[in-house]
Design a protein around this ligand. Structure first.
Ligand code: ASP
Length: 327
């Protein structure tokens, strides 16, 4: 009797012990682009790093409690969407009509399920709507009014579109319009602030989430790489990638999927695959930006070909950090 009770107990406890043995990892980004140390005031840098830390804490708390990678990346991205410092949710860039138009995607590497939304205007946390598309619809991508109508049917939180507005992004739009009127090209790496997260949970599952306002002054219903599965967002059984940069280039190279495919088919390491795609293939066609990624062992990559990328990580050994420039 006692022995069988002990056996039942060991069955109950063993999954918890196994999960605790497995590596947990989380990596996040708050966008890549041309950033100068001089333009970044110490106050702004401190606020950005604090928000990155809060996103790491939110995601890692989920992982430590035995939660899923999917819940971890959702929690981390919601924090970054709610921060005015990043180009996602509150603080998103404006399109040419002076409207915040948001895109987001999420993918579960263990099941290869994905959800994405594009060109939405009223959803407080686009990543939650993308997740609802994945979990509560038969579809992968919904756009515009239809996407938000679906959101209403599943109880997603909406805000007045004015909620997303920040003065900083409004001035950025005026600057982009002035440059356009003067027929001056936007400087390389002008757009940044997209957010993303990739997590590895105690069951060995990987998930990726990415959210953005796209590019300043975008027109004609332009959609970037963020909600395009395989371009700006991808997760497989042993690899997850979230991208940031000028989306057109990331779509053409299917950047996120290419990195994971190199690992799967060629046996490349995460570092080698990221280096090849971000530092060679992207610049070869004029693409600027970066990626965060992790593999099934919890190895992390944050690779970018711009001067900076807001980023943060917690490795399997518990060490953590945030960074902005190449360090
Ligand atoms: N990749 C985003 C887009 O093209 C922009 C960004 O990462 O800043 O929509």
């Amino acid at each position: 009797m006692l022995r069988s009770a002990a056996f039942v107990l060991s069955l109950l406890v063993s999954p918890i012990l196994c999960a605790a043995d497995k590596p947990l990892a989380l990596v996040i980004h708050g966008g890549a682009g041309t950033m100068s140390r001089e333009a970044l005031t110490p106050e702004r840098e401190a606020e950005i790093r604090a928000d990155l830390d809060r996103a790491l804490d939110a995601g890692h708390a989920v992982l430590r409690a035995g939660g899923s990678a999917l819940d971890a990346v959702t929690a981390a991205v919601v924090v970054l969407e709610d921060s005015p410092h990043f180009n996602a949710g509150k603080g998103a860039v404006f399109n040419a009509e002076g409207v915040n138009e948001l895109d987001a995607a999420i993918m579960d590497g263990a099941t290869q399920r994905a959800g994405a939304v594009a060109a939405i205007h009223r959803t407080k946390n686009p990543i939650r709507l993308a997740r609802a598309v994945m979990e509560q619809s038969r579809h992968v991508m919904l756009i515009g009014e239809g996407a938000e109508k679906f959101g209403e049917s599943v109880g997603i939180e909406f805000v007045d579109p004015a909620y997303f507005r920040t003065e900083h992004r409004w001035q950025q739009l005026q600057d982009a319009k002035a440059r356009e009127a003067a027929q001056a090209a936007l400087p390389r790496g002008y757009h940044y602030g997209t957010v993303g997260a990739v997590a590895l949970d105690g069951e060995g599952r990987i998930a990726t989430a990415t959210s953005t306002g796209g590019t300043t002054n975008k027109r004609w219903g332009r959609v970037g790489d963020t909600p395009v599965i395989g371009a700006g967002t991808y997760a497989g059984a042993r690899c997850g990638v979230s991208a940031t940069g000028t989306g057109e280039f990331f779509i053409r190279l299917m950047v996120a999927y290419d990195i994971c495919a190199r690992m799967e088919y060629r046996g490349d390491s995460l570092a080698a695959a990221a280096e090849e795609v971000v530092m060679k293939r992207l610049p070869a066609i004029g693409g600027d930006g970066g990626i965060i990624a992790l593999d099934g062992e919890g190895n992390i990559s944050a690779t970018f070909n711009t001067s900076g990328m807001y980023r943060g990580w917690i490795k399997p050994d518990g060490t953590r950090g945030t960074a902005i420039f190449k360090e």
